[in-house]
Design a protein around this ligand. Structure first.
Ligand SMILES: *Cc1c(COP(=O)(O)O)cnc(C)c1O
Length: 426
């Protein structure tokens, strides 16, 4: 997988900026060339050069059932028979909305979109329209997609490439975004004091997972919500990553906290491009065509995408995999902790059901600045060592790893063994 003059990636570089259609796929922070995937099945990727890899990227979140799930495939095939897009209401949209409402505590009505980026961008516009206020609070290291106002100190690909801010975002677009450190209630209080009755919404990943997985302090989310509501400000949970993953109803179900608005994506599309946002009826009814906040999409609620997503959600209801996913996550964690401790390398491995990440740090990681002061360079040999031996980790120290329903004990045991060998060599 090393670079060569004639590699497929060298060819890609000639026709696609940076050779990739989304920056996280480039091996920017760990070096080397990305491989191409020929096909994927269950927890395995099969590369174009014939390697089989145990996959912990899970197409960056959607693949909670593993790749190429037979029932999701059949659902898409069945929908395909009837046509790919109608431009009128279709029979999949209402069951999808009803399923989301049943699953996610804060959602009484929901609007489908085509990506997580669209979901957060539209939900924020709605929050601004509803409150008639302009400013928003966002936390450092949280990623909410690539719309202008949210691409300020963002995580994920933006962070991986060493530039959490983007060129091309005007001062004006970013100037209504107030940036605060995660887990810092003093900073939150100060921001509200300095911007009385001006803050429409606080947007956050309730479990930030785009700077690696960072967990909220106990009571941080409840106190944050309390402060926001005392100031007439809406709480917008970006559960694009955590929705249907840490629990069927997301972090809000897991912790029993009900935000005003919720953005969703990834798992909800069953591997096709889907996002959604929802919340209380009184807020959602501010949307066009019945309200003054405009939002639209030619392919929104697309029948193929709805069929895939609906089946993905039905499978979660049917199998209720969360306890088992959590057990596998914790198993992987404890094996890694043991290997690192034997090697004398201090690490933090925060987990949520089906998610984990690793920080080379002696102290718990609570914020973006903690993330940045960890020993990120140690991730590189871990990543390449694992890849060499058949385990594909996210190609960046700032990403969460995902465990799917198709990762069995054998796959996890195999991973633990490979990890322990690799960790010895770091
Ligand atoms: C992935 C992600 C997004 C963006 O979703 P896209 O579908 O890539 O636009 C937004 N928020 C969070 C928390 C995400 O993890």
């Amino acid at each position: 997988m090393k670079g060569s003059q004639n590699s497929p990636f060298q060819r890609a570089l000639k026709s696609i900026p940076g050779g990739v259609n989304s920056p996280v796929r480039a091996f920017g922070s760990i070096g080397g060339e990305p491989f191409f995937t020929e096909r994927a099945q269950g927890h395995k990727l099969i590369t174009t050069d014939g390697k089989t890899l145990i996959d912990y990227v899970g197409t960056w979140g959607p693949a909670i059932h593993g790749h190429n799930h037979p029932e999701i495939k059949s659902a898409i095939a069945e929908a395909l028979e009837k046509g790919t897009s109608f431009g009128t209401p279709n029979t999949y949209e209402v069951p999808m909305a009803e399923q989301v409402i049943a699953a996610v505590p804060s959602v009484q009505k929901v609007r489908m979109v085509n990506s997580g980026t669209e979901a957060t961008m539209s939900a924020l516009r709605l929050a601004r329209g509803f409150t008639q206020r302009e400013k928003i609070i966002k936390f450092e290291g949280c990623y909410h997609g690539h719309s202008d106002a949210l691409l300020v100190k963002a995580g994920s690909g933006a962070l991986t490439h060493g530039n959490p801010d983007s060129a091309g975002v005007t001062q004006q677009a970013a100037s209504d975004t107030i940036l605060l450190p995660f887990n810092d209630l003093n900073a939150v209080n100060q921001a509200f004091e300095q911007n009385p009755r001006q803050i429409a919404a606080v947007i956050l990943e309730p479990f930030p997972a785009n700077m690696g997985l960072v967990l909220p302090d106990e009571d941080f989310l409840t106190n944050l919500q309390k402060i926001a509501h005392e100031n007439g400000t809406l709480i917008l949970f970006d559960e694009v990553m955590t929705g249907f993953r840490v629990a069927f109803g997301g972090v809000q179900e897991l912790l029993g906290i009900t935000p005003d608005l919720t953005a969703m994506g990834k798992i909800i599309g069953g591997g096709l491009p889907v996002g959604a946002f929802g919340g209380r009826t009184e807020i959602m009814d501010f949307l066009a065509p019945i309200g003054p906040v405009y939002q639209a999409g030619t392919l929104s609620g697309n029948p193929l995408a709805m069929a895939a997503g609906l089946k993905a959600l039905e499978l979660l209801v049917q199998h209720d995999p969360y306890d088992r996913l959590n057990e596998l996550t914790l198993k992987l964690r404890s094996a890694m902790l043991e290997s690192f401790s034997a090697k004398g390398i201090p690490v933090q491995i925060p987990t949520a059901p089906s998610m984990l990440s690793i920080f080379f740090s002696e102290n718990p990681v609570r914020s973006f600045s903690d993330v940045m002061s960890s020993r990120k360079e140690l991730f590189k040999p871990l990543f390449h060592g694992c890849l060499e031996k058949g385990v594909f980790l996210p190609p960046s120290p700032f990403e969460a790893w995902f465990i799917s329903c198709s990762h069995d004990e054998t796959a996890i045991d195999q991973t633990c063994e490979i990890m322990s060998e690799v960790i010895k060599t770091i």
